[in-house]
Design a protein around this ligand. Structure first.
Ligand code: ME8
Length: 523
């Protein structure tokens, strides 16, 4: 679809598959998917990549702990990440696993480009290393752990480590990085994260240790026996691997530079400092934007028996429905900030917005059409100012406010605009009371139903990036042609192309059954 559109490349972080995916992973994958689907709806030619980051000491240690190999652990756990994406309707184009051959080639190629630019040299490294963060820290970056010891700024344990290592001249890029943040503030969003990074870079960058000799699980450093790359060097390169780098003629290279690297707030430094510096060194254009989203916290401390382990995203999807979960996560969390979830909050939001407001609207109107018009499309007998006012409200909310908000990654605001349109439709139903018109003015009744049919179809199209399966089911049920299912394709009087003349709207099944929490959860 939209093969002619402008390319748009979006990536998530690639997850460490040292365990099963948790709700934070699901959150990031869903948010990226909503953006990818939204951009497709806007006519962009989208490429969407996600996957797993299998190298590094963290994976190695976990494999040892489990008495297996890192490769076996990576293969097994990556499967769960892929299954999670499939179950949550995440429409990725490539699921990369960094043990793949093309990824080793790409990582070695970027290494050689940095080396050719004179930015890599061999030396000895001594420093505080955190296995959990896969990062070295300087003495003055460590913080008190409250028990007389020191931990990393992320609160993870550190150990003094000495090894021969390749270094990358990160310090050389300090000024260019500062100029980047200053001249292209959109490169790093939200603003609060950029401010943190600017002060970090201003405080002075040191050469970065970029190889390890104490283990061999990783991408081999070209021409340097015994060295594997620091996991972040290869991990970041995944974004290029997926486009065929270093083959400049690969057709997928049209997607570079990436439009958006969507990542969590804890790994902003790697994406907004190291990554652009590596790319500058290798002479590769920089991504347009890095966005650091917030963390999702389980504030509903209490685990629920019926939901099982509520941190398991699959269990949440089973309990509430995939679209209900997707909608909740985007509606409830102000994108960029931290958010929390609980079974009660998910049920409440899904019931209020999806079941009661939108689902009920569609249900009432379509059943009425099925029953009273034999499922045929109602005829328009001239629109009144009330109809025009509804169309104007829809246009403002769905074609102006929602796309603007989604385009700026203000996802919850986009959903607020959508709800304004739903409320406008419900108010119109109450005012126009089509059921009463059945006896008094059947022609006007048809026009009102036609107006609402158009409105419901537009609402379904606009929300389709967030609740793709439900929106598709509804649009299919309504007989809306595929080629008008786009925001740019919406017209105020979009009607006749909707369905072929033989199409009949049947009695609809409820799209969003009300979620009832067992008493133990609701308490
Ligand atoms: O950091 N809420 O992998 P990862 C929201 N392999 N997002 C969360 C979260 C939470 N509670 N917990 C984690 C890595 N995340 C590296 C990335 S990219 C080249 C390499 C986010 O499995 C986290 O911020 O620890 C990151 O964006 C993603 O999940 C994967 O985290």
């Amino acid at each position: 679809m939209n093969a002619m559109g402008e390319p748009y490349y979006i990536t998530t972080a690639i997850s460490y598959p040292n365990g099963r995916p948790h709700i934070g992973h699901a959150y990031e994958a869903i948010a990226a998917d909503v953006i990818a689907r939204f951009q497709r709806l806007m006519g962009r030619d989208v490429r969407f990549q996600t996957g797993t980051d299998v190298h590094g000491l963290k994976m190695l240690q976990k494999a040892r702990e489990l008495g297996t190999t890192p490769r076996a652990l990576a293969d097994e756990m990556s499967q769960y990440f892929k299954e999670m994406c499939d179950r949550l309707d995440v429409s990725y184009d490539r699921f990369i696993q960094t043990s793949e051959d093309d990824h080793h080639r790409a990582s070695q190629a970027i290494w050689q480009a940095m080396e050719a630019n004179g930015d890599l040299y061999l030396d000895r490294y001594e420093g505080w290393y955190s296995v959990r963060d896969e990062a070295y820290y300087a003495e003055d970056e460590l913080v008190d752990n409250g028990q007389g010891g020191k931990v990393s700024p992320q609160g993870t344990p550190v150990e003094w480590t000495v090894e021969e290592s390749w270094f990358f001249r990160l310090d050389k890029y300090q000024d260019r990085l500062l100029a980047l943040y200053e001249e292209q503030p959109e490169f790093l969003q939200p603003d609060s994260r950029r401010n943190e990074i600017v002060s970090f870079v201003k405080s002075g960058l040191r050469p970065l240790s970029v190889s390890r000799t104490s283990f061999d699980w990783g991408v081999k450093v070209p021409g340097s026996d015994g060295h594997v790359m620091y996991v972040w060097v290869d991990a970041l390169t995944n974004y290029l691997t997926g486009l065929g780098y270093p083959d400049a003629n690969d057709p997928l290279m049209k997607y570079w530079p990436a439009d958006l690297h969507l990542i969590g707030k804890d790994i902003v430094r790697f994406h907004a400092v190291y990554w652009p510096a590596f790319l500058m060194s290798a002479g590769i254009p920089l991504p347009r934007q890095v966005f650091g989203h917030g963390f999702l916290l389980n504030k509903g401390e209490k685990m629920s028996k019926s939901v099982g382990n509520v941190v398991d995203p699959m269990a949440l999807a089973d309990a509430f429905g995939v679209d209900q979960l997707r909608y909740f996560l985007l509606r409830e969390v102000s994108f960029g900030q931290d958010g929390s979830y609980s079974p009660e909050a998910i049920a409440q939001r899904a019931n209020a917005d999806l079941a009661n407001s939108f689902g009920n609207l569609a249900q009432r109107i379509l059943s009425f059409i099925a029953k009273n018009l034999d499922g045929t499309l109602p005829a328009v007998h001239g629109h009144t100012p009330a109809d025009e006012a509804l169309f104007a409200a829809l246009e403002e909310a769905l074609q102006r406010d929602l796309p603007k908000a989604f385009g700026e990654l203000a996802l919850s605001q986009g959903l607020e605009a959508w709800m304004r349109a739903v409320f406008a439709c419900n108010a119109y139903v109450d005012e126009q009371a089509p059921w009463a018109l059945k006896k008094t003015d059947p022609e006007r009744m048809q026009t009102v139903l036609a107006t609402l049919y158009i409105a419901i179809a537009q609402l379904a199209v606009a929300i389709s990036p967030v609740i793709p399966a439900s929106a598709k089911a509804l649009l299919d049920h309504m007989g809306v042609a595929d080629d008008v299912r786009s925001i740019t394709g919406m017209r105020t009087h979009w009607y006749s192309p909707l369905a072929d003349s033989d199409f009949r709207i049947g009695a609809p099944k409820p799209l969003f059954p009300r979620i009832e929490l067992p008493a133990e959860d609701a308490a």
